[in-house]
Design a protein around this ligand. Structure first.
Ligand code: NDP
Length: 487
């Protein structure tokens, strides 16, 4: 053996004599079970795949940093936001939502935009999308909604009837549907899209005053989208085009960046604001709450190993730091449970100890012990209960968030202003979109909705009509529907 060559070993360090020939009875004979190396190799291979994420399975990730560019200490006491110029390490993951791990990056779908900030007060995750709103506003509807974006249980193919049946029976989805079927539903790359926190969050300062906040990460590369025809083509020629683009641009030193803007609302303004500020199907119009630039995220490091860093990355909107907390947004409240729970299933109860998930700028210290794959020292002989008299970690009272008032009856409350669901998608169609955007929107919708039953087409087109009569009329025309069925 050449000098300095590394020795191939079993998982337990025993040198392996031959990795090409199985141990057999004679040169033609059956393989003997005593070939433990072969069995170990096959058995580990069989277990290489962990459960795929039920949503956001296909994704790409990169590391980098976030830098504060404006003083926001009057709004939050979060330490990583405490000084202009302060930098915090981040890891970001972008993804499609409905497709499996091998699906094409160019599918029409919202894009996940998840970030982990390794702050000195623990990890802060912001788990958003490239759209400022969502299809539904109650977590009760989430599993049903996702089923409709996946495969038909009988045919195992995507199904336009399932897709549009649910949406046409869920009119609150119209805002997100309008964005999804604009060309923003097929971004040219992950670098060419904005990221939005989507939900409203709470920020609080060191005087315990709190504010409602929305996040917008605006791409510094500029918005750029694929047309429907380009996306269809891209799915065939390079199903990994956005994954490849992110990796290659970082590899050649062309680091993508995003400018973070926030919108801030005072608690007293939230009480009678014209839209429910905690409804994730609504934005806060910029005219009411102008976005303020406060920071910049740069991605400049490709993962060394995709599985270790991207597949095992586990983000949760429940990972807050002092100075940042949840709002009463019902969808957010559902997600506060669902993400950690998904990771416990997918990665195991000790997923927080994996290098990409563990805090990097602070030591984690608590009384949780044991569980599957506890691969560190499990806190050795330190006390495993609280309170104790042996110097274990203590709660820090100033990490508490300010109390806020809640009132009303405990019940299953429907949304009280369903008619305002059509205002913002109507504004988007009428005021924000250009003629070209509208042409593409109508074409994108018609080419998809045409595959659903006529009854469903009519029900969905009535919703487009409610957002804007011209919007409904043009979809009806594209589908060959009778306007008398729509108006
Ligand atoms: P503004 O004109 O101030 O803002 C419009 C926003 O729309 C811009 O941020 C722009 O993003 C974005 N936009 C442009 N084209 C599209 C598209 N095809 N799909 C989604 N977003 C797009 O208007 P308002 O704040 O009064 O909002 C009007 C409508 O714009 C809203 O009802 C909503 O549908 C949409 N919108 C609003 C946002 C908000 O936070 N207020 C955020 C995103 C969309 P960019 O700067 O990247 O071009």
């Amino acid at each position: 053996m050449a000098k300095n060559k590394k020795v191939l070993t079993t998982n337990f360090g025993k040198p392996i004599d031959d990795d090409q020939n199985s141990f057999t009875a004679g040169d033609r004979g059956p393989v003997l079970i005593q070939d433990v190396h072969l069995i170990e190799k096959l058995a580990h291979f069989n277990r290489e795949r962990i459960p795929e994420r039920v949503v956001h399975a296909k994704g790409a990730g990169a590391g980098g940093h976030f830098e504060v560019t404006k003083d926001v200490t009057k709004y939050t006491k979060a330490k990583f936001l405490s000084e202009v110029g302060k930098k915090t390490e981040v890891f970001a993951r972008f993804s499609t939502v409905g497709g499996e791990k091998g699906s094409a990056d160019a599918e029409r779908d919202p894009r996940g935009f998840a970030m982990k900030f390794y702050t000195e007060e623990g990890n802060f995750d912001l788990v958003g999308n490239n759209t400022p709103v969502f299809f539904i506003r109650d977590p009760q509807k989430f599993p049903d909604f996702i089923h409709t974006q996946k495969r038909n249980p009988a045919t195992n193919t995507k199904d336009a009837n399932m897709f549009w049946d649910f949406l046409s029976l869920t009119p609150e989805s119209i805002h997100q549907v309008t964005i999804l079927f604009s060309d923003r539903g097929t971004p040219r790359s992950y670098r060419n899209m904005n990221g939005y926190g989507s939900h409203t969050y709470k920020w609080y300062n060191d005087k315990n005053e709190y504010f409602w906040v929305k996040y917008h990460f605006k791409t510094d590369q500029g918005i750029d989208n694929l047309t429907r025809e380009e996306a269809e083509h891209m799915k065939g020629v390079d199903p990994d085009h956005a994954t490849r683009d992110l990796h290659q641009s970082i590899e050649k030193g062309d680091y993508p960046s995003w400018t973070l803007q926030i919108q801030v609302m005072k608690p007293e303004e939230a009480k009678d604001y014209r839209f429910n500020p905690f409804d994730v199907t609504k934005v806060w119009p910029h005219g009411d709450y102008p976005p303020i630039d406060i920071g910049r995220m740069v991605l400049d490091r490709n993962p060394e190993n995709y599985f270790a860093e991207v597949e095992q990355a586990a983000f949760s909107p429940g990972n807050f730091v002092p100075g940042i907390a949840a709002s009463p947004d019902k969808m957010l409240q559902g997600r506060l449970f669902a993400y950690h729970d998904a990771h416990r299933y997918r990665l195991g109860p000790n997923y927080h100890l994996l290098p990409v998930n563990r805090p990097k700028a602070v030591t984690m210290d608590n009384y949780q012990r044991d569980g599957h794959m506890r691969f560190d020292s499990n806190e050795g002989g330190k006390p495993n209960y609280y309170p104790n008299s042996f110097g274990g970690p203590e709660p820090r009272a100033d990490a508490a968030e300010p109390a806020y008032d809640v009132s009303g009856k405990a019940a299953r409350h429907p949304y009280s202003h369903p008619n305002d669901d059509f205002v913002q998608p109507g504004d988007l169609f009428r005021k924000v979109m250009t003629d070209k955007d509208r042409d593409h929107l109508i074409g994108n919708i018609v080419s998809h909705l045409v595959n659903a039953n006529k009854e469903i087409q009519i029900r969905q087109t009535k919703i487009f009509y409610k957002a804007d009569p011209e919007y409904g009329r043009r979809v009806a025309e594209g589908l060959g529907l009778n306007m008398k069925d729509i108006e």
